[in-house]
Every structure is written in C-alpha cells, then in structure tokens.
Design a protein around this ligand. Structure first.
Ligand code: GLU
Length: 285
C-alpha cells in the first residue's frame, strides 16, 4: 500500500498497532481494538505491532504490562519484539517539542485544573473542559519571569497559530471519508504536561511516524483528536497515514467500558472459563 505523504517517504510496508496504556487490565473494548488492528494488518499482508503507552508513570504498573502481553497472547495475537515503550523515548518527544517551539506554535501554561474549571462557565460533561486560553495572552516578560521562578507549567499548542502556519488540512478515515482538520472541540491541547514532559497527543504522533504506521486504528472516542495529530504531523514534517476509527464496546446502559469494569476484564472472563472464541463473539468479531 502506498500512503499519502508530506515531508516523508512513501510507506513501503503496511503496519498497524495496538497501543494500550498499562494502567489496568484489558477489557472487551481493548480486545476489539486489538482485533481491528490485527485484522487490517492480516487483510493487507501487513504487520501488527504492540506499543506500550506508559508515559503516565503515576498510573502505569509493570504487572499491568505483563498482564497485557499475557491476555493478547491468550487471544491468539502475535507481534514482533521488541515492543516499544514510550518511557524509553522522552528525548525524541523533547526534540519534537523544541521543533514546535521554534515554529512559535507553543506557549507555556501555568493554570491549575481548578483555575481552568473556574474560568470555564458552562459545564462541559465528562470530558476535560476546553482550555479557555488564559495563558495564551501572557506577555513574553511574564512567561519568562514565571518559568524562571520555577513555577510548574505545561506546554500548550496554540491551535489557531498552528493552523495559520499549516493552512487548511484534511485527513482520511477509511470508513467516514475525508475529514477537515477542525480543532474546535480540542482547543489548545497540552503537548507536555506539568508532571510528564510529553503528552498522549505528542507521543502518539511521533511514535506512529517513527514506527511507520500506515493505518492508525482506534476507537471512535478519539475521532476528533485525530485533527490534532494531523496538524502535528504537518508541523513536524511527518508522513501521513490513514485512519480507521472503530465502534466502542458498551455496557448494558450504553456506557463505554472502563478499566474499572472488572467483570469485563479479559482475565476475569478467562478465569470464569471463557474461551478466546467466546470473547470474540462477545465483541462481535
Ligand atoms: N494509549 C491510547 C489508549 O489506550 C491509545 C490510543 C490510540 O490508539 O491512539 O487509549
């Protein structure tokens, strides 16, 4: 398959990936996510990779990582070693961040969660509130003084500036078709957290490119986040894959499964005597 490119080479091979965070045990939703990536790779003679998205070292645990490998192997999936861990790649994220900084599309944000919540008037449901842009307006002098004074800060993407640099962009979802990059639901996302010098958005974009992932598959809860990744790819001169967002597995009340739903954890099902075939049946594969 030849991927569409921007700044990089054509994809010579087809790669997909399953990229869990080892913050809990895998459940039926993860089984479906892994299976979609696996099936796409198999259908196109590609390779299925596993990557540990373990940057959140306050929540990630080695026993969850070991359990993930065990559960995936029990399901019958196979992947090449070594598996990449994002905690091995902080210097790479750091250099991507510096490149973005040099383009003038980042700003330091000193706000606490409470300050952001207080500055946002309307309740915005379960999702984190859209950042109201408080720190975007600070002067260079104030920024330097506060950073120099040792205050904790995150780095945020100035979405409007970034889009002014790139111009209009699109991305392709294999099911939903061509999508326009639209950051209205994402706002100025965090690219490096106060406590961890990267973020999901930055690491996933950098790593998908570094691993030459030509088809990114993931749940439709992340559909809108893809605009952020497409924008970052353009700013960083990375190749552009295709995407396929898939349905989510939900419980009886329609809520998507979470890591705390132990009853639907793959290891609980296995302990209760389920077979891998039964698990695939439960997620409709
Ligand atoms: N680590 C992310 C998650 O577990 C992966 C999302 C993605 O595939 O991009 O939700």
């Amino acid at each position: 398959m030849g991927g569409r490119v921007e700044g990089g080479g054509l994809f010579t091979d087809m790669f997909t990936r399953f990229a869990p965070s080892p913050t809990g045990y895998l459940h039926l939703g993860h089984a479906l996510a892994a299976r979609v990536a696996w099936d796409c790779a198999r259908a196109e003679g590609g390779t299925f990779l596993v990557r540990m998205e373990d940057i959140d070292f306050t929540r990630c645990r080695p026993e969850f990582e070991a359990a993930i490998f065990e559960d995936l192997a029990w399901l019958g999936l196979k992947w090449p070693e070594p598996v990449w861990r994002q905690t091995d790649r902080f210097p790479v994220y750091e250099s991507a961040l510096r490149r973005l900084e040099s383009l003038g599309v980042l700003y330091p944000c000193f706000c606490t969660r409470q300050e952001i919540a207080a500055a946002v008037s309307a309740p915005q449901g379960e999702a984190a509130p859209l950042y109201p842009g408080t720190c975007r307006h600070r002067t260079a002098t104030e920024r330097e003084a506060r950073m120099g004074g040792g205050e904790l800060f995150s780095w945020r993407l100035d979405a409007a500036r970034a889009l002014a640099v790139t111009g209009p962009l699109t991305w392709l979802d294999r099911k939903a078709g061509i999508q326009k990059v639209d950051l209205s639901t994402q706002g100025d996302v965090v690219l490096a957290r106060k406590d961890v010098s990267t973020s999901y958005h930055l690491s996933v974009t950098v790593d998908d490119a570094a691993q030459e992932i030509s088809l990114v598959t993931r749940g439709e809860d992340l559909f809108e986040a893809t605009s952020v990744h497409r924008l970052l790819q353009c700013l960083l001169g990375l190749p552009v894959p295709e995407w396929q967002h898939h349905r989510l597995v939900r419980d009886e009340s329609g809520k998507r499964l979470a890591k705390r739903d132990h009853a639907r954890a793959l290891r609980s099902l296995r302990a209760a005597g389920s077979t891998p075939e039964e698990v695939w049946g439960l997620v409709g594969c």
